[in-house]
Design a protein around this ligand. Structure first.
Ligand code: SF4
Ligand code: SF4
Ligand code: FES
Length: 369
Protein backbone atom coordinates (compact mmCIF):
# COMPACT_ATOMS: atom_id res chain seq x y z
CA UNK A 1 0.00 0.00 0.00
CA UNK A 2 1.06 3.61 -0.58
CA UNK A 3 1.33 5.99 2.38
CA UNK A 4 2.24 9.65 2.34
CA UNK A 5 4.46 10.83 5.21
CA UNK A 6 4.22 14.52 6.07
CA UNK A 7 7.36 15.32 8.06
CA UNK A 8 7.68 18.61 9.94
CA UNK A 9 11.24 19.77 9.23
CA UNK A 10 13.12 22.58 10.89
CA UNK A 11 16.59 23.90 11.53
CA UNK A 12 17.53 25.43 14.88
CA UNK A 13 15.83 28.81 15.45
CA UNK A 14 14.03 28.76 12.11
CA UNK A 15 10.39 28.26 11.15
CA UNK A 16 9.15 24.73 10.52
CA UNK A 17 7.97 23.52 7.11
CA UNK A 18 6.32 20.29 6.00
CA UNK A 19 8.05 17.97 3.55
CA UNK A 20 6.13 15.12 1.96
CA UNK A 21 7.44 11.65 1.08
CA UNK A 22 5.43 8.78 -0.41
CA UNK A 23 6.41 5.16 0.20
CA UNK A 24 5.14 1.72 -0.75
CA UNK A 25 4.80 0.03 2.67
CA UNK A 26 3.35 -3.00 4.49
CA UNK A 27 0.92 -2.41 7.39
CA UNK A 28 3.40 -4.10 9.74
CA UNK A 29 6.24 -1.69 8.94
CA UNK A 30 7.08 0.48 11.91
CA UNK A 31 7.19 4.24 11.54
CA UNK A 32 10.93 3.99 12.18
CA UNK A 33 11.30 1.48 9.29
CA UNK A 34 9.57 4.04 7.06
CA UNK A 35 11.75 6.94 8.23
CA UNK A 36 14.86 4.82 7.63
CA UNK A 37 13.70 4.10 4.08
CA UNK A 38 12.98 7.78 3.47
CA UNK A 39 16.48 8.63 4.66
CA UNK A 40 18.22 5.83 2.76
CA UNK A 41 16.22 5.93 -0.47
CA UNK A 42 14.89 9.48 -0.86
CA UNK A 43 16.46 12.13 1.36
CA UNK A 44 19.68 11.62 3.31
CA UNK A 45 19.33 15.05 4.96
CA UNK A 46 16.37 14.03 7.15
CA UNK A 47 17.49 13.94 10.81
CA UNK A 48 15.96 11.76 13.56
CA UNK A 49 17.21 9.74 16.55
CA UNK A 50 17.14 5.94 16.74
CA UNK A 51 19.17 3.14 18.21
CA UNK A 52 17.74 -0.18 19.42
CA UNK A 53 14.71 -0.44 17.07
CA UNK A 54 13.15 -2.49 19.89
CA UNK A 55 11.37 -0.17 22.37
CA UNK A 56 14.31 -0.34 24.74
CA UNK A 57 16.57 2.69 24.36
CA UNK A 58 13.93 5.47 24.21
CA UNK A 59 15.78 7.32 21.42
CA UNK A 60 13.11 7.42 18.71
CA UNK A 61 10.40 9.44 20.49
CA UNK A 62 8.59 11.87 18.20
CA UNK A 63 5.08 13.16 17.58
CA UNK A 64 3.21 10.79 15.33
CA UNK A 65 -0.11 12.26 14.24
CA UNK A 66 -0.14 14.65 17.14
CA UNK A 67 0.88 12.52 20.12
CA UNK A 68 4.35 11.59 21.30
CA UNK A 69 5.23 7.94 20.75
CA UNK A 70 8.13 5.65 19.90
CA UNK A 71 8.62 5.36 16.14
CA UNK A 72 9.90 1.79 16.55
CA UNK A 73 6.77 0.77 18.47
CA UNK A 74 4.01 2.19 16.27
CA UNK A 75 3.36 0.62 12.90
CA UNK A 76 1.64 1.90 9.79
CA UNK A 77 -1.40 -0.39 10.05
CA UNK A 78 -2.24 0.43 13.67
CA UNK A 79 -1.57 4.13 13.11
CA UNK A 80 -3.96 4.34 10.16
CA UNK A 81 -6.58 2.40 12.14
CA UNK A 82 -6.18 4.90 15.00
CA UNK A 83 -6.69 7.83 12.62
CA UNK A 84 -9.80 6.21 11.18
CA UNK A 85 -11.18 5.75 14.68
CA UNK A 86 -10.53 9.42 15.53
CA UNK A 87 -12.23 10.50 12.30
CA UNK A 88 -15.22 8.25 13.05
CA UNK A 89 -15.55 9.71 16.55
CA UNK A 90 -15.32 13.22 15.14
CA UNK A 91 -18.06 12.44 12.65
CA UNK A 92 -20.39 11.66 15.54
CA UNK A 93 -19.83 15.07 17.13
CA UNK A 94 -22.56 17.35 15.74
CA UNK A 95 -21.01 20.79 16.08
CA UNK A 96 -18.28 21.68 13.62
CA UNK A 97 -16.34 23.22 16.49
CA UNK A 98 -16.37 19.90 18.34
CA UNK A 99 -15.13 18.06 15.25
CA UNK A 100 -12.29 20.51 14.85
CA UNK A 101 -11.33 20.03 18.50
CA UNK A 102 -11.27 16.23 18.15
CA UNK A 103 -9.24 16.33 14.98
CA UNK A 104 -6.81 18.93 16.23
CA UNK A 105 -3.47 17.48 17.20
CA UNK A 106 -1.82 18.58 20.40
CA UNK A 107 1.23 19.47 18.32
CA UNK A 108 -0.77 22.18 16.61
CA UNK A 109 -1.08 20.54 13.21
CA UNK A 110 -4.44 19.56 11.84
CA UNK A 111 -4.98 15.82 11.63
CA UNK A 112 -5.15 14.34 8.13
CA UNK A 113 -8.43 14.86 6.26
CA UNK A 114 -10.84 11.97 6.76
CA UNK A 115 -10.72 11.15 3.02
CA UNK A 116 -7.55 12.40 1.33
CA UNK A 117 -8.35 13.67 -2.15
CA UNK A 118 -6.19 11.07 -3.96
CA UNK A 119 -7.02 8.21 -1.58
CA UNK A 120 -3.45 7.91 -0.26
CA UNK A 121 -3.50 7.85 3.55
CA UNK A 122 -1.26 10.29 5.36
CA UNK A 123 0.81 10.07 8.51
CA UNK A 124 2.21 13.26 10.04
CA UNK A 125 5.51 13.15 11.90
CA UNK A 126 6.77 16.07 14.02
CA UNK A 127 9.43 16.65 16.68
CA UNK A 128 8.54 16.27 20.38
CA UNK A 129 7.14 19.30 22.20
CA UNK A 130 8.43 21.29 25.20
CA UNK A 131 12.01 21.03 23.91
CA UNK A 132 13.70 23.20 21.25
CA UNK A 133 14.39 21.64 17.86
CA UNK A 134 18.00 21.10 16.85
CA UNK A 135 17.19 19.71 13.41
CA UNK A 136 14.05 18.09 11.98
CA UNK A 137 12.94 15.45 14.51
CA UNK A 138 15.95 15.84 16.82
CA UNK A 139 15.24 17.98 19.89
CA UNK A 140 17.54 19.40 22.56
CA UNK A 141 16.77 17.31 25.66
CA UNK A 142 19.01 19.28 28.06
CA UNK A 143 16.08 20.48 30.22
CA UNK A 144 14.70 16.93 30.37
CA UNK A 145 17.99 15.59 31.77
CA UNK A 146 18.58 18.58 34.06
CA UNK A 147 15.13 18.17 35.60
CA UNK A 148 15.76 14.48 36.16
CA UNK A 149 19.01 15.36 37.89
CA UNK A 150 17.12 17.87 40.07
CA UNK A 151 15.14 15.12 41.88
CA UNK A 152 18.36 13.38 42.95
CA UNK A 153 17.51 10.13 41.15
CA UNK A 154 20.00 7.87 42.93
CA UNK A 155 19.44 5.53 45.85
CA UNK A 156 21.17 6.89 48.93
CA UNK A 157 23.36 4.21 50.44
CA UNK A 158 23.64 5.96 53.79
CA UNK A 159 21.45 3.32 55.45
CA UNK A 160 23.66 0.45 54.36
CA UNK A 161 24.75 -1.33 57.52
CA UNK A 162 27.46 -3.53 56.05
CA UNK A 163 29.10 -1.58 53.22
CA UNK A 164 30.96 -4.48 51.61
CA UNK A 165 27.85 -6.66 51.19
CA UNK A 166 25.02 -6.55 48.67
CA UNK A 167 22.05 -4.44 49.75
CA UNK A 168 19.32 -7.09 49.69
CA UNK A 169 15.59 -6.53 49.20
CA UNK A 170 12.68 -8.93 49.62
CA UNK A 171 10.77 -9.81 46.43
CA UNK A 172 7.89 -7.68 47.76
CA UNK A 173 10.15 -4.68 48.25
CA UNK A 174 11.61 -5.13 44.78
CA UNK A 175 8.13 -5.43 43.29
CA UNK A 176 7.41 -1.86 44.46
CA UNK A 177 9.89 -0.64 41.84
CA UNK A 178 8.66 -2.63 38.85
CA UNK A 179 6.38 -0.03 37.28
CA UNK A 180 8.61 3.02 37.67
CA UNK A 181 11.68 0.93 36.81
CA UNK A 182 10.22 0.41 33.34
CA UNK A 183 10.89 4.03 32.35
CA UNK A 184 13.22 4.19 29.34
CA UNK A 185 13.56 8.00 29.53
CA UNK A 186 12.11 8.48 26.08
CA UNK A 187 10.69 11.95 26.83
CA UNK A 188 7.18 11.28 25.48
CA UNK A 189 5.51 12.32 28.74
CA UNK A 190 7.65 15.46 29.04
CA UNK A 191 6.83 16.38 25.45
CA UNK A 192 3.07 16.33 26.15
CA UNK A 193 3.11 17.78 29.67
CA UNK A 194 0.72 20.75 29.91
CA UNK A 195 2.30 21.95 33.16
CA UNK A 196 5.77 22.08 31.57
CA UNK A 197 4.34 24.12 28.73
CA UNK A 198 3.48 27.03 31.03
CA UNK A 199 5.67 26.51 34.09
CA UNK A 200 9.42 26.32 33.46
CA UNK A 201 9.98 25.45 37.14
CA UNK A 202 8.03 22.19 37.01
CA UNK A 203 10.44 19.27 36.79
CA UNK A 204 8.13 17.13 34.67
CA UNK A 205 6.43 13.73 34.83
CA UNK A 206 9.51 11.60 34.06
CA UNK A 207 11.43 13.17 36.95
CA UNK A 208 8.57 12.73 39.41
CA UNK A 209 8.00 9.11 38.35
CA UNK A 210 11.68 8.56 39.10
CA UNK A 211 11.25 10.50 42.35
CA UNK A 212 8.55 8.06 43.46
CA UNK A 213 10.85 5.17 42.58
CA UNK A 214 13.31 6.61 45.12
CA UNK A 215 10.62 7.17 47.76
CA UNK A 216 9.40 3.57 47.34
CA UNK A 217 12.88 2.04 47.40
CA UNK A 218 13.46 0.20 50.71
CA UNK A 219 17.23 0.81 50.41
CA UNK A 220 16.94 4.60 50.35
CA UNK A 221 17.24 6.48 53.66
CA UNK A 222 16.44 9.99 52.41
CA UNK A 223 12.64 9.65 52.18
CA UNK A 224 11.83 12.59 54.47
CA UNK A 225 14.17 15.06 52.78
CA UNK A 226 13.05 13.86 49.37
CA UNK A 227 9.39 14.44 50.26
CA UNK A 228 10.28 17.87 51.57
CA UNK A 229 11.98 18.65 48.26
CA UNK A 230 9.18 17.28 46.03
CA UNK A 231 6.68 19.29 48.12
CA UNK A 232 8.25 22.67 47.18
CA UNK A 233 6.14 25.27 45.31
CA UNK A 234 5.11 24.31 41.80
CA UNK A 235 8.46 22.73 40.86
CA UNK A 236 7.46 19.41 42.43
CA UNK A 237 4.26 17.40 42.65
CA UNK A 238 1.98 20.40 43.22
CA UNK A 239 2.90 21.79 39.79
CA UNK A 240 1.10 18.94 38.02
CA UNK A 241 -2.26 19.97 36.57
CA UNK A 242 -3.50 16.34 36.34
CA UNK A 243 -4.12 16.54 32.61
CA UNK A 244 -3.43 12.79 32.25
CA UNK A 245 -1.41 13.19 29.03
CA UNK A 246 1.72 11.60 30.55
CA UNK A 247 -0.23 8.47 31.48
CA UNK A 248 -1.87 8.37 28.06
CA UNK A 249 1.33 8.53 25.99
CA UNK A 250 3.86 6.62 28.09
CA UNK A 251 4.91 3.62 25.97
CA UNK A 252 6.05 1.67 29.04
CA UNK A 253 2.94 2.13 31.21
CA UNK A 254 4.88 3.92 33.91
CA UNK A 255 1.79 6.10 34.59
CA UNK A 256 3.73 9.15 35.85
CA UNK A 257 0.58 10.96 37.01
CA UNK A 258 -0.25 8.01 39.28
CA UNK A 259 3.27 8.13 40.75
CA UNK A 260 2.84 11.86 41.38
CA UNK A 261 -0.41 11.05 43.21
CA UNK A 262 1.43 8.53 45.41
CA UNK A 263 4.06 11.12 46.38
CA UNK A 264 1.26 13.58 47.24
CA UNK A 265 -0.32 10.92 49.42
CA UNK A 266 2.98 10.35 51.26
CA UNK A 267 3.28 14.10 51.83
CA UNK A 268 -0.29 14.45 53.06
CA UNK A 269 0.08 11.54 55.46
CA UNK A 270 2.89 13.44 57.16
CA UNK A 271 1.02 16.77 57.44
CA UNK A 272 -1.09 17.64 60.45
CA UNK A 273 -1.78 21.27 59.75
CA UNK A 274 -5.25 21.32 58.23
CA UNK A 275 -4.59 24.75 56.79
CA UNK A 276 -1.47 23.84 54.84
CA UNK A 277 -1.48 24.48 51.10
CA UNK A 278 -1.27 20.76 50.43
CA UNK A 279 -4.37 19.95 52.46
CA UNK A 280 -6.17 22.90 50.89
CA UNK A 281 -5.18 21.59 47.44
CA UNK A 282 -7.02 18.34 48.04
CA UNK A 283 -10.04 19.95 49.71
CA UNK A 284 -10.48 22.60 47.02
CA UNK A 285 -10.15 19.92 44.33
CA UNK A 286 -12.97 17.87 45.84
CA UNK A 287 -15.20 20.90 46.48
CA UNK A 288 -14.83 22.20 42.94
CA UNK A 289 -15.53 18.80 41.39
CA UNK A 290 -18.57 18.52 43.66
CA UNK A 291 -19.72 21.94 42.49
CA UNK A 292 -19.30 21.64 38.74
CA UNK A 293 -18.59 17.99 37.95
CA UNK A 294 -15.05 18.93 36.95
CA UNK A 295 -12.50 21.51 38.02
CA UNK A 296 -13.05 25.20 37.39
CA UNK A 297 -9.38 26.07 36.80
CA UNK A 298 -10.10 29.79 37.22
CA UNK A 299 -10.98 29.26 40.88
CA UNK A 300 -8.48 26.50 41.63
CA UNK A 301 -5.28 28.58 41.87
CA UNK A 302 -7.00 31.40 43.74
CA UNK A 303 -8.44 29.08 46.37
CA UNK A 304 -5.34 26.91 46.81
CA UNK A 305 -2.33 29.18 46.33
CA UNK A 306 -4.07 32.49 47.07
CA UNK A 307 -6.14 30.93 49.90
CA UNK A 308 -9.26 32.72 48.60
CA UNK A 309 -7.53 36.16 48.47
CA UNK A 310 -6.04 35.76 52.00
CA UNK A 311 -2.46 34.99 50.94
CA UNK A 312 -1.12 38.11 49.19
CA UNK A 313 2.29 36.55 48.47
CA UNK A 314 0.62 33.46 47.04
CA UNK A 315 -1.68 35.62 44.94
CA UNK A 316 1.25 37.60 43.56
CA UNK A 317 3.04 34.39 42.63
CA UNK A 318 0.05 33.38 40.49
CA UNK A 319 0.37 36.50 38.30
CA UNK A 320 3.25 35.42 36.04
CA UNK A 321 1.86 31.88 35.71
CA UNK A 322 -1.59 33.25 34.83
CA UNK A 323 -0.07 35.51 32.17
CA UNK A 324 1.87 32.63 30.63
CA UNK A 325 -1.29 30.51 30.63
CA UNK A 326 -3.22 33.31 28.94
CA UNK A 327 -0.48 33.71 26.32
CA UNK A 328 -0.55 29.95 25.60
CA UNK A 329 -4.34 29.96 25.57
CA UNK A 330 -4.39 27.50 28.48
CA UNK A 331 -6.39 29.75 30.80
CA UNK A 332 -10.12 29.08 30.55
CA UNK A 333 -12.10 32.32 30.37
CA UNK A 334 -15.42 30.66 31.12
CA UNK A 335 -16.64 27.54 32.88
CA UNK A 336 -19.39 25.15 31.82
CA UNK A 337 -20.45 22.68 34.53
CA UNK A 338 -20.33 19.05 33.44
CA UNK A 339 -23.64 17.53 32.34
CA UNK A 340 -23.04 14.76 34.86
CA UNK A 341 -22.34 17.14 37.76
CA UNK A 342 -25.29 15.87 39.81
CA UNK A 343 -24.13 12.25 39.50
CA UNK A 344 -20.54 13.18 40.36
CA UNK A 345 -21.80 15.15 43.38
CA UNK A 346 -23.87 12.27 44.68
CA UNK A 347 -20.94 9.85 44.23
CA UNK A 348 -18.62 12.12 46.21
CA UNK A 349 -21.24 12.60 48.91
CA UNK A 350 -21.74 8.83 49.19
CA UNK A 351 -18.00 8.30 49.65
CA UNK A 352 -17.83 11.13 52.19
CA UNK A 353 -20.78 9.68 54.13
CA UNK A 354 -19.14 6.25 54.17
CA UNK A 355 -15.88 7.80 55.40
CA UNK A 356 -17.74 9.66 58.15
CA UNK A 357 -19.58 6.50 59.24
CA UNK A 358 -16.39 4.49 59.31
CA UNK A 359 -14.57 7.23 61.31
CA UNK A 360 -17.48 7.32 63.77
CA UNK A 361 -17.46 3.52 64.14
CA UNK A 362 -13.70 3.56 64.76
CA UNK A 363 -14.18 6.13 67.53
CA UNK A 364 -16.98 4.11 69.12
CA UNK A 365 -15.18 0.75 68.82
CA UNK A 366 -11.44 1.49 68.87
CA UNK A 367 -10.61 -2.20 69.67
CA UNK A 368 -11.82 -3.13 66.16
CA UNK A 369 -8.86 -1.26 64.63
S1 SF4 B 1 7.68 7.87 32.10
FE1 SF4 B 1 7.16 6.81 30.18
S2 SF4 B 1 6.91 8.47 28.68
FE2 SF4 B 1 8.02 9.33 30.43
S3 SF4 B 1 10.17 9.15 29.92
FE3 SF4 B 1 9.62 7.29 31.09
S4 SF4 B 1 9.03 5.78 29.56
FE4 SF4 B 1 9.05 7.75 28.52
S1 SF4 C 1 -0.68 14.82 34.46
FE1 SF4 C 1 0.71 16.35 35.35
S2 SF4 C 1 2.77 15.60 34.95
FE2 SF4 C 1 1.36 14.43 33.62
S3 SF4 C 1 1.41 15.53 31.68
FE3 SF4 C 1 -0.32 16.38 32.86
S4 SF4 C 1 0.51 18.15 34.01
FE4 SF4 C 1 2.26 16.94 33.24
S1 FES D 1 14.96 2.97 18.62
FE1 FES D 1 15.20 2.44 20.73
S2 FES D 1 13.21 2.80 21.54
FE2 FES D 1 12.95 3.14 19.40
Amino acid sequence: MQVRFKVVRQNQNSSPSIQTYTLEVEPGNTILDCLNRIKWEQDGTLAFRKNCRNTICGSCSMRIDGRSALACKENVGSELARLEQIAAQAAQVPAQEGQDALLKNKGGQDAPPRTPADGIPEITIAPMGNMPVIKDLVVDMASFWNNLQAVDPYVSTGARQVPEREFLQTPEERAQLNQTGNCILCGACYSECNAREVNPEFVGPHALAKAYRMVADSRDDQTESRLEQYNQGTAGVWGCTRCYYCNAVCPMEVAPMDQIGKIKQEILERKNAQDSRQIRHRKVLINLVKEGGWIDERKFGLQVVGNSFRDIKGLASLGPLGLRMLAKRKFPLSFEPSEGAAVVRSLIESVQNLEQQSAQESQENPEKL
